[in-house]
Ligand binder design. Structure first.
Ligand code: ADP
Ligand code: TRP
Length: 321
């Protein structure tokens, strides 16, 4: 089974990214052939660029390696190191009806929020389809918000195959049921663009400050509290095993403790959970040259897969090379 995912280097990674995507990828390394890349071209579509983009690309790569992406097991690279993806993007755009892109939620949501649209934001799903189809993966692990993009890739691949035969593998998305959408500190979907994230890496004091801002209902200390819809509980449960979860549920229902206590507990649990990853990150931060080398090695492995695929595609589409 071949599994592929990409992540934009558009800010600090948060626990929604981790539970919605990164952890699945790390798990998949045990059983599948895994492909993971930093989508730096994609990040440009929302206005990232210049020195900041270069810095965030390295930071995101560093964080991925620290969180368990193993360059021996996975093909791990930066999107822009494998230029074939841009050629395929153009070819696929000839198989992409305008209506398909006009219906894309990510584009509609961003424009509705007043973010002025440029062409890269509009054609974003076509580049994402190229990222996927170039490597023939069967499975794309993503959060709920990316399902439609994988469906667009399927539609484009089907159109292409109808014209030229069974060349492109039709991919399927995979979401982890229990962590479809990780809530942010305001209870909305956690997202960099909503400024409601709890980041994976950061200073302990700053993280506690963020966790203290999580919105909760007002209930007197001695009263029983609901845990099902509590944002603190819904974050904490991501880090807990069954028995720890039951204990926390009991603390909610028996009363005597306030949300402030549960927030402190969440901060502790999270800090412990990411401890080994922080240590690993320290190493990579001190060895950025090694990170760049790892990415280049990954790009060479990715290119070895992309080259024959592009040759086949150029041949059938009549693009001389
Ligand atoms: P953001 O919304 O913060 O910009 P991205 O769009 O870069 O995050 O998402 C990167 C990956 O993390 C995607 O696979 C996405 O579906 C997943 N993801 C992001 N936020 C969440 C969330 N709140 N819950 C679950 N998965 C998420
Ligand atoms: N659009 C994805 C996101 O914002 C990132 C991405 C780009 C991606 N290309 C991909 C994810 C290919 C999976 C497969 O999260």
């Amino acid at each position: 089974m071949r599994v592929l995912t990409g992540i934009q280097p558009s800010g600090d990674l948060h626990i929604g990214n981790y539970f919605g995507s990164i952890r699945q990828m790390v798990e998949a390394q045990k059983t599948s052939e895994t492909f993971a890349f930093i989508a730096n071209y994609h990040a440009m579509s929302s206005g990232n660029g210049g020195e900041k983009l270069a810095q965030l690309t390295m930071q995101t790569a560093t964080d991925f390696l620290s969180l368990g992406i193993d360059p021996e097991k996975s093909t791990f690279w930066v999107q822009s190191d494998v230029k074939e993806v841009l050629e395929l993007y153009w070819i696929l755009s000839a198989f992409t009806p305008m209506g398909l892109l006009e219906r894309a939620h990510s584009y509609k949501d961003k424009t509705a929020k007043g973010i002025s649209a440029n062409h890269s934001l509009f054609s974003y799903p076509v580049l994402m389809a190229a990222d996927i189809l170039l490597f023939s993966p069967e499975i794309i692990p993503v959060g709920k918000d990316q399902i439609q993009h994988v469906e667009i890739a399927r539609d484009i691949a089907t159109k292409f195959n109808n014209e030229y035969g069974d060349i492109l593998t039709i991919p399927e998305f995979r979401i982890q049921e229990e962590v479809q959408t990780v809530p942010g500190i305001d209870g909305q979907k956690m997202s960099k663009s909503y400024g409601n994230t709890v980041n994976i890496f950061g200073e302990e004091k700053k993280q506690l400050k963020t966790i203290k801002k999580i919105v909760t209902e007002q209930v007197a200390l001695e009263e029983s509290k609901e845990f099902e819809n509590c944002n603190v509980y819904n974050m904490a449960k991501l880090f807990l095993n069954e028995s720890e979860l039951v204990k926390l549920q009991n603390r909610y229902t028996q009363g005597g403790e306030g949300h402030g206590h549960f927030k402190l507990y969440l901060a502790d649990v999270m800090w412990e959970y990411y401890k080994p990853f922080r240590e690993q990150r320290e190493y990579y931060l001190n060895n950025q040259g090694e990170v760049r080398e790892i990415l280049k090695m990954g790009a060479a492995k990715a290119k070895a897969k992309a080259t024959p695929m592009m040759e086949k595609i150029r041949e059938v589409t009549g693009i001389l090379y």
